[in-house]
Design a protein around this ligand. Sequence first.
Ligand SMILES: Cc1cc2nc3c(=O)[nH]c(=O)nc-3n(C[C@H](O)[C@H](O)[C@H](O)COP(=O)(O)O)c2cc1C
Length: 202
Amino acid sequence: MEPVHVAIVYYSATGTVHALAQAAAEGAEKAGAHVRLRKVAELAPPQAINANPAWAQHLQDAADVAEVGHDDLEWADAVLFGTPTRFGNPASQLRAFIDTTGPLWFQGKLADKVYSAFTASNTAHGGQESTLLALGNTFYHWGGIIVPPGYTDPVQFQSGNPYGTSHVAGDGPLSEVALQAARYQARRVVETAAALKAGRDA
Ligand SMILES: Cc1cc2nc3c(=O)[nH]c(=O)nc-3n(C[C@H](O)[C@H](O)[C@H](O)COP(=O)(O)O)c2cc1C
């Protein structure tokens, strides 16, 4: 069977979600998938970015990551979306990309794929679940198959978010538990997509 195609599509201002996206890519690759790691375009004005040295630095550090296009979504059997929390919602940069996908949606090209999401926030009750659930609204409209991590692996009892991998950036750098949770979430996505693919090919 052709390996599962996984696109990991993310926005990150200061690097936290980027690191989660990289861990998800590792997890998906280890599970046997072909992976495309893709960022969405930065839309904030330079004066906003340059007012925050960590933001300006990450923009430079991630210069080599390819920007997502519609072809990446078409290619993918499964898509993991990553975004920081912005007032309890996904970042507008990720939303702006999602809002260009009407033509794909209209042709049914976003349906029947596996979708899952991960996030970061500054505080523990700062809106991780609301951000992930808000992304879920879009997956419903696309006719996607939503695959959350739940509590289906021991790491989930440590990381503690059944909706999707998440990290509290205000607590400091990413822990090994959060990175493992991202790898695990991606593996679960690959395994589910592979089972669907095998069933459809049968
Ligand atoms: C405009 C704005 C809104 C934010 N809103 C929230 C929020 O509602 N809750 C929260 O805990 N953190 C909030 N944050 C903090 C970010 O979520 C946090 O910096 C981010 O998760 C770090 O991820 P990154 O390094 O990938 O950019 C906000 C940050 C910005 C710039």
